[in-house]
Design a protein around this ligand. Structure first.
Ligand SMILES: [Zn+2]
Length: 262
């Protein structure tokens, strides 16, 4: 009975601290682009320090870095809790309140990154701090891995992987928001940039020309047909039609001339 009460107290402490930390992190801008995650990484490092959790900043670019912190466990190997420090850019005109001013309304936390994923990061920090402060040794090392550049190119994750700091990982949990469902993987992603060259031809001999836009359309149709045949993977979702710019406002001169067919 005593231990149950203790566990309830611990859970309450972790919850309360996670909520405070989430609000603190939301107020630190880390839009990507440009990212500049160094500021928020240093905030996290300073948050962990009083709990005697040492954090290493893993540099990426100027003003950008990821963070790795480790809590010693009883045995070799590690469980990695993973999150990212950056957020997408806020389109402020679409917000009813300032995105960097967190607020709680009807039991919900609002602010940029409240879902994706400063709350997840805050929970990781709160859990590790509770373990450290209560001198609770986890079975294996507990590693906190907070990456830069998740929203654009995943380069922060790649640089941490190369750093050797998580080479002993036995399991990795990503605390992205998934509606409280556990998933066993994630879709891949391919960023493709393609350029098409047509061939100009005089209006009297259009059959000698090649329309670059037609070539681009053919590629898109081929990709969409291939994607439509992919089956959903349970627990991972389904690979979907490629994302394209919302609006095309630039047409390469070659494309335009070829499209004109003259
Ligand atoms: Zn995310």
């Amino acid at each position: 009975m005593g231990s149950k009460r203790e566990a309830t107290g611990q859970a309450q402490r972790v919850y309360t601290r996670a909520l405070e930390l989430a609000q603190m992190l939301i107020a630190v801008p880390s839009y990507n682009p440009p990212g500049n995650e160094r500021v928020i990484a240093e905030v996290v490092r300073d948050v962990l320090r009083p709990s005697e959790i040492e954090a290493t900043l893993v540099p990426l670019d100027k003003d950008r870095c990821s963070l790795v912190a480790r809590l010693k466990g009883r045995r070799r190997g590690s469980l990695v809790l993973c999150g990212h420090l950056d957020t997408v850019k806020a389109e402020e005109s679409k917000w009813s309140t300032p995105p960097l001013k967190p607020h709680i309304q009807s039991g919900r936390l609002y602010g940029l990154g409240a879902a994706d994923m400063k709350s997840g990061v805050a929970l990781m920090l709160a859990l590790a701090m509770e373990l450290a402060e209560q001198r609770l040794l986890p079975p294996n090392d507990l590693v906190l891995l907070l990456t830069a550049d998740e929203e654009v190119g995943y380069r922060g994750a790649a640089s941490v992987a190369k750093s050797g700091l998580v080479d002993d990982a036995q399991m990795l949990l990503v605390l992205e928001p998934t509606g409280c469902e556990a998933y066993g993987g994630q879709k891949g992603e391919l960023w493709l940039r393609a350029e098409f060259d047509g061939r100009e031809a005089h209006g009297s001999i259009p059959e000698c020309g090649v329309n670059a836009i037609s070539l681009a359309v053919r590629l898109m149709e081929t990709i969409e047909t291939a994607v439509a045949e992919l089956q959903p993977v349970p627990g991972r979702g389904r690979t979907d039609t490629p994302r394209v710019p919302r609006r095309l406002n630039y047409v390469d001169a070659t494309v335009a001339r070829a499209a004109a067919g003259c």
